[in-house]
Design a protein around this ligand. Structure first.
Ligand SMILES: Cc1cc2nc3c(=O)[nH]c(=O)nc-3n(C[C@H](O)[C@H](O)[C@H](O)COP(=O)(O)OP(=O)(O)OC[C@H]3O[C@@H](n4cnc5c(N)ncnc54)[C@H](O)[C@@H]3O)c2cc1C
Length: 347
């Protein structure tokens, strides 16, 4: 029977980033994936690396560090895979609507706005320029998957993990739909489905988001984010438009009405979008938690860890999650204090 040092459940951006990091520390890693690698929330995301004004205070340190790690992370994954994750560094025009408590800088004047993003309509509300980057999450997860293969990390697809196997209070492996897999370290990176794996209940729930992308629209340089809608340009000319926050369970069906509503809100911000064509529409499930904070750390079973519940920020938080979880698994401690994110805070 084959043995691994660590088994990761789930091959979204979190599972793949962690697998790569553990492999860098010379661990033999197996990734178990129920469907296809990176086809769930990580495939649905917009890719804003929004570490600024709207991050909850408890997440700020983690978010800032992850944003700082991104250029090197993206460069390395690009280099290892040959796939460009389209890391863009032009900033975000943020139009919060109500005056925010904590303004990052002076509001842009109408003439500054017209100069830096000519396609944007005249704004009634104050707009701010945030130093945030964006990335193409689909390209990034594909690149991570290719990088994992290149590193000879084992990935088994079509395998549904069901139960963590234990002996004397310590993890020994995973019972999956077809067979058992053995390792002393198991990490639950199953995104919105993390709570379905037994025996420890993990209170993650799906929070649905609708998205669309358009082509043949105006050229946008910045991410534009208002209180209604956001627009995220890709370097190939696509513009990704989102999103909703819906508590409807595990339902990824696309509602054409909601897509049209998002599109209309986007046209209000950028009128030239009227001439664009809808290229694709989709919906994905964010892994939400009761306190909107991720779940990172040890469970009460020795050797069984969780890295899930990244809600609206999993793309942003992938590099720092991989780094701190790898430290915790290999050294038993982390540079950052992650007590606030412990899975045991719910027990
Ligand atoms: C519409 C939308 C927009 C978003 N925009 C942004 C954004 O702009 N910026 C940002 O930072 N974040 C954004 N997010 C959030 C981000 O996408 C998520 O936080 C992140 O992708 C979570 O990654 P993950 O790897 O934990 O989950 P996922 O990508 O969902 O991966 C989990 C994987 O686990 C697998 N799995 C589940 N159960 C099992 C099992 N029992 N056995 C084996 N495999 C299993 C699934 O098939 C899946 O592949 C957005 C999300 C959505 C839905």
């Amino acid at each position: 029977m084959k043995n691994w040092d660590a088994i990761i459940i789930g091959s979204g951006i979190i599972g793949l980033s962690l697998a790569r990091e553990l492999h860098k520390s010379s661990l033999k890693v197996l990734v178990l994936e129920r469907g296809q690698p990176g086809r769930e929330a990580s495939h649905a995301a917009a890719g804003m690396l929004a570490d600024g004004a709207e991050i909850p205070p408890a997440l700020r340190e983690l978010a800032t560090l992850s944003a700082r790690l991104y250029p090197e992370f993206a460069f390395e994954v690009h280099d290892e895979s040959g796939i460009n994750p389209d890391l863009r560094d032009f900033g975000t025009i943020w139009i919060p609507g109500e005056q925010p408590l904590d303004v990052p800088s002076a509001a842009l004047t109408q003439s500054q706005l017209a100069e830096i993003e000519p396609a944007l309509s005249m704004q009634r509300h104050a707009a701010y320029l945030l130093k945030e980057r964006s990335v193409d999450p689909r390209a990034l997860t594909e690149a991570l998957w290719k990088a994992a293969k290149h590193r000879e990390i084992d990935i088994s697809t079509g395998v549904e993990a069901r139960t963590i196997l234990t002996e004397n209070g310590a993890a020994t492996g995973v019972q999956a739909n077809k067979t058992e897999y053995h390792a002393k370290v198991i990490v639950n990176c199953a995104g919105a489905w993390a709570g379905e794996i037994l025996p420890c209940p993990i209170p993650v729930r799906p929070v649905k988001g609708h998205m669309l992308s358009v082509i043949d629209g105006p050229k946008l340089k910045h991410v534009i984010r208002s209180s209604e809608v956001y627009l995220v340009p890709r370097s190939d000319g696509r513009i990704v438009i989102g999103s909703t926050l819906e508590e409807v369970g595990f339902d990824k069906r696309v509602d054409a009405e909601i897509i049209q509503r998002l599109y209309r809100s986007a046209i209000e911000l950028v009128p030239e979008l009227k001439k664009a064509r809808i290229h694709e529409s989709w919906a994905g499930l964010r892994p939400g938690t009761p306190d909107d904070l991720p779940i990172l750390g040890k469970t009460e079973i020795n050797g069984y860890f969780v890295a899930s519940g990244h809600f609206r920020d999993g793309i942003l938080l992938a590099p720092v999650t991989a780094q701190i979880m790898s430290q915790l698994i290999t050294d038993g401690k982390t540079d950052l204090d992650i007590a606030a994110f412990s899975p045991q805070r719910y027990s």
